[in-house]
Design a protein around this ligand. Structure first.
Ligand SMILES: *[C@@H]1O[C@H](CO)[C@@H](O)[C@H](O)[C@H]1NC(C)=O
Ligand SMILES: *[C@@H]1O[C@H](CO)[C@@H](O)[C@H](O)[C@H]1NC(C)=O
Length: 375
């Protein structure tokens, strides 16, 4: 008999439920609409917000010139990192994966991106395809190398540092941060492009016949993707399905330009330098213990170069309506939603490096050395 009662009651309950859902839906729609209004792309169009103080431009350019004109100090950045982080910083890490590392236990202690645990055969297959594992000869033979890591920060817009940035020996760019159309702000030299597969530029014009393409491997299909790219083969459909956005299907460079980032550098950055908790993959997502590609590139640069500068770094989260990047319409507020990275910890680390004089900040977004000085 019970079900009869239930059945008889059901219409009113059903209606109430529907009404509740309807109201909830309306409220959610309103919230989404308000969010879209306040953080909409129009708000942060970097092209429209072109209002950098002329004095600031002059000071930034003068500062960059000073950095470039000083005498290049051999081994400077490594010695300084050793001073700051002692045994937590290794003086002799190979920047890129090499054949002999297949026997190094540390490389296989953690899963990607902190190591290649469970991936030794995939790694072996890739290493067979890559003829080179170092900087190109003309750079390696340079006694003192000055490097700049160019972040994607909206702060680069309008400082017109392009010409200065071109004068560094090694220019490291990240993910799909474009050069084409922005050369006044970011220069047009690219010695290294470092990215995970989803970040690789889709435009063939962002690749150069002499630049290195450095891949950061995060997951199983990343190995398949890299193999297809090195062999210049079509990406199998099942591989394509595993990526969270469209990936480049052709990287127009030769096999000798490909490198794999040594995962020990990510591990050193996360566990030793930033002191994040040990890797522990969860069912969905990650702890906030994966360093951004930007901070990882800075640590890579300390292993590759004698002197290191930064440009385009710094997220000012207190300014949610300023442009996040120099090349798109995203707002700073977009950074608050992400769960993978710990922006505050990274910023404190970079601030320390700059205040201690270990690296230079050419655009002043992390810690501005040229802002307080008289021009
Ligand atoms: C960069 O621009 C300069 C001047 O416009 C040009 O001479 C040079 O070839 C360009 N370099 C690259 C790598 O495109
Ligand atoms: C890759 O293959 C395409 C044809 O599929 C060819 O046009 C291109 O030159 C190849 N690229 C390299 C770097 O060999």
């Amino acid at each position: 008999m019970n079900w009869v009662h239930v059945k008889m009651k059901r219409p009113s309950w059903f209606l109430k439920g529907t009404l509740k859902h309807f109201i909830l839906l309306a409220v959610v729609t309103c919230i989404l609409y308000v969010l879209k209004l306040s953080f909409g792309p129009e708000e942060c169009d970097a092209k429209k917000m072109h209002c950098v103080d002329a004095k600031r431009i002059k000071r930034a350019q003068k500062y960059a010139k000073q950095v470039l004109q000083g005498e290049c100090r051999q081994d400077f950045v490594k010695k300084e990192m050793g001073r700051l982080f002692e045994e937590k910083y290794s003086m002799n890490i190979s920047p890129f994966v090499r054949r002999e590392m297949e026997t190094h236990e540390a490389v296989f202690q953690y899963e990607p991106p902190f190591g290649f645990q469970k991936f030794s055969s995939k790694l072996h297959g890739l290493l067979e395809l890559l003829p080179e594992h170092d900087l190109p000869e003309h750079l390696q033979s340079k006694a003192c190398k000055r490097c700049v890591v160019i972040g994607s920060g909206g702060i680069l817009r309008g400082l017109e540092l392009g010409l200065a940035l071109n004068q560094f020996d090694i220019v490291i760019r990240l993910n799909d941060a474009p050069v084409q159309g922005y050369t006044d702000h970011v220069g047009n030299k690219t010695t290294i492009r470092m990215t995970y597969p989803e970040g690789a530029p889709l435009s063939e014009h962002e690749y150069y016949p002499t630049g290195l393409f450095v891949t950061v491997l995060f997951k199983s299909v990343d190995f398949n993707w890299l193999q297809a790219m090195v062999k210049n083969e079509t990406l199998p459909l099942w591989v394509r399905l595993f990526f969270w956005k469209q990936v480049a299907e052709n990287i127009p460079v030769t096999p000798k330009q490909f490198r794999i980032l040594n995962p020990i550098i990510i591990r050193e950055t996360a566990l030793d330098i930033l002191q994040y908790p040990k890797p522990r993959s969860k069912f969905w997502g990650w702890d906030k213990n994966i360093p951004t590609i930007g901070v990882t590139a800075v640590v890579l640069a300390t292993h590759l170069c004698d002197e290191v500068s930064l440009a385009g770094f710094g997220y000012d989260l207190d300014q949610p309506n300023t442009p996040l990047h120099y090349y798109d319409n995203l707002c700073m507020a977009a950074m608050n939603g992400q769960t993978m990275h710990n922006v505050m910890t990274e910023t404190r680390f970079l601030q320390k490096l700059i205040k201690e004089g270990v690296v230079r900040d050419l655009s002043g977004g992390i810690y501005c050395e040229f802002c307080t000085k008289a021009s």
